[in-house]
Design a protein around this ligand. Structure first.
Ligand code: 13P
Length: 337
């Protein structure tokens, strides 16, 4: 097996998944605003260092996605962040896209930028210790969107990015996120997710991306967040697996779901249910941002004295999601928190 295929397998090793800690400057500011904490470089480092030094998290966490600022930072004891993670057996990853921008002439739709100069940035990140990368495309559901043009533009950029990663020795995490925002039904989410994934895999093939060396990071098939009827955990698990069976080739090593604004417990329950149903040709794992961080962020609240509480909350969510990897998560695990 190639080195990249091995890394892709390690990312989705059994019982483990990814911590997405790659919030851009505006996003981490939003998170810190929620705990009345100023988003300074020092506070961002303290918070992320708290997460990354949590003892035992490596049992459930195979990789961490970093933001550009973080991959260059050192801990308070002078260890470079990628080195800290590597010393725990955790793979450092890096967000390489430059964010979703308005797609011209397309009301309400977005396209992710960041391809210019990406070859050189990948080389630098590889040097800094990254072993995998992430690029997020955003697809919005509305009355007459997404358009085929928007889906295709995003799929094309994802495939260009993935090919550059393979060439530059990083495993690409390919993230086409169909947003859960809106009052649409689960059927509508299913239809848009299927269209999006079909376009992404068509572009990946056209651009010669070896599918055994990439990881897919998609949304689950869910009811819109303000849809009056919310699908059950079982319905979400079944709809998601059925949609992916139609569109995702078997040679892909694994799917790591994003949480996308689901509550942390629901994100865990959905993943658990999919693994309980079983029979999928790919590993079904997690790459959660909010669903792993909401609890530790709140427990920490910007106060160094709360570090142990923050680490405990993070380890608890990591353990629950680790259990969901094999369908062995139970609600009883939450009361033991
Ligand atoms: P959420 O799990 O909070 O959606 O974040 C995952 C992520 O990396 C989004 O790009």
């Amino acid at each position: 097996m190639s080195e990249l295929a091995n890394i892709a397998q390690a990312i989705v090793a059994s019982g483990k998944g990814i911590l997405a800690a790659d919030e851009s400057a505006p996003t981490i500011k939003k998170r810190f605003d929620s705990i009345q904490t100023e988003s300074t470089e020092g506070n961002r480092l303290s918070y992320r260092e708290m997460l990354f030094t949590t003892e035992g998290a490596e049992e459930f966490i195979s990789g961490v996605i970093l933001f550009d600022e973080t991959i260059r930072q050192k801990t308070s004891s002078g260890i470079a962040i990628p080195e800290l993670l590597t010393s725990k057996g955790i793979l450092p990853g890096i967000k390489v896209d430059k964010g979703a921008k308005a797609l011209p002439l397309a009301d309400g739709e977005k396209v992710t930028e960041g391809l210019d100069g990406l070859r050189e940035r990948i080389a630098e990140y590889r040097q800094l210790g990254a072993r995998f990368a992430k690029w997020r495309a955003v697809i919005t559901i509305g009355d007459s969107i997404p358009s085929d043009g928007c889906i295709r533009a995003n799929a094309h950029a994802l495939a260009r990015y993935a090919a550059l990663c393979i060439e530059g020795d990083l495993v690409p995490i390919v993230e086409p996120e169909v947003l859960m925002d809106g009052s649409h039904t689960i059927e509508r989410c299913d239809e848009v997710t299927e269209r999006t994934l079909a376009a992404v895999f068509a572009e990946l093939r056209e651009q010669r991306v070896p599918l055994n060396e990439i990881i897919l990071k998609p949304n689950m098939v869910l009811s819109g967040s303000t849809c009056p009827t919310q699908a059950s955990v079982r319905e979400v698990a079944e709809a998601t697996l059925a949609c992916f069976r139609k569109t995702v080739p078997d040679e892909m090593p694994g799917i790591v779901f994003l949480s996308g604004g689901q509550s942390d417990e629901l994100a865990t329950a959905h993943l658990n249910e999919m693994n309980k149903l079983g029979g999928a040709p790919w590993q079904l794992s997690f790459s959660y941002g909010r669903a792993l961080q909401a609890a530790p962020l709140k427990a920490w609240a910007g106060n160094a004295a709360n570090r142990p509480a923050g680490q405990k909350a993070y380890l608890h969510r990591a353990r629950c999601n680790g259990a969901a990897r094999s369908g062995s998560y139970t609600e009883a695990m939450e009361s033991g928190a």
